[in-house]
Design a protein around this ligand. Sequence first.
Ligand code: NAP
Length: 252
Amino acid sequence: MQSQRPVVLITGGSRGIGAAIAQLAASRGYDVAITYRSESAAAEEIVEICRAAGAEALPFQGDVAVEADVLRLFDEAEERLGPLSHVVNNAGVTGKSGKLAETSAETLRECIDINVTGALFVAREAARRLSRSRGGAGGSIVNISSVAAHLGSPNEYVWYAASKGAVDSLTIGLARELATDGVRVNAVSPGMTDTDIHERSTRDPGRLERLKPFIPMRRIGEPQEIAEAVLFLMSDAASYITGAILPVPGGR
Ligand code: NAP
């Protein structure tokens, strides 16, 4: 039987920031659909933690860059958990760091496919299902951007920074498009956060320690600190906030 609790779908909820959002949402009374691309064991582990907090939680496999996968993820999540009230557009990659001049077309395409096209597929599906004019009950979307959108990330990954600039524009535009439809659209813009992305996607294991001295607060953010900002924007406490991009970068 489906519960009356709000239901949030979190893309890339199996690891890092998405996993922290899933756990905090579960502890704050949400049921949780966790999507992942390939690591089912990581997704199962977070699902178990969410269940232990009293939530209904399920893992769903799919690649956000594949339109058919995104449609199926939403269908399966709503079938199993009930109508979604919130969507967190979190799945993302950087690609191996380097100068643009030395970066392959494959790296550029993969980043844009996942971070931009994937985010658009997910936001479009959320808009279709949550909008009151389309029969939805309203709700909110939170996109995970990055301070890279403003810093530009020279010599590291300007393509990733550009992809997050697109996420910011998506947030502002869709917020205005859905403002009378009962759907708030906001973004959280993390600074450097302690997850596997730096080692596994950027392929620069020493990055966090090397760049720590340049963060005004002189420390790396924890995924839970990003999750707190996301849960605030999802909550009724943020009822008059839409189109906002909330930086959480330790002053960077
Ligand atoms: P992470 O630890 O590498 O986790 C990435 C998550 O996204 C995993 O659950 C992964 O699933 C999933 N994923 C990756 N590609 C996918 C795809 N094509 N389709 C579906 N799921 C996919 O990353 P993170 O650091 O938590 O980053 C989360 C978000 O925060 C990203 O948008 C990132 O750009 C943003 N961000 C991160 C930082 C930071 O310093 N960490 C800073 C600013 C912004 P699998 O495990 O199955 O691969």
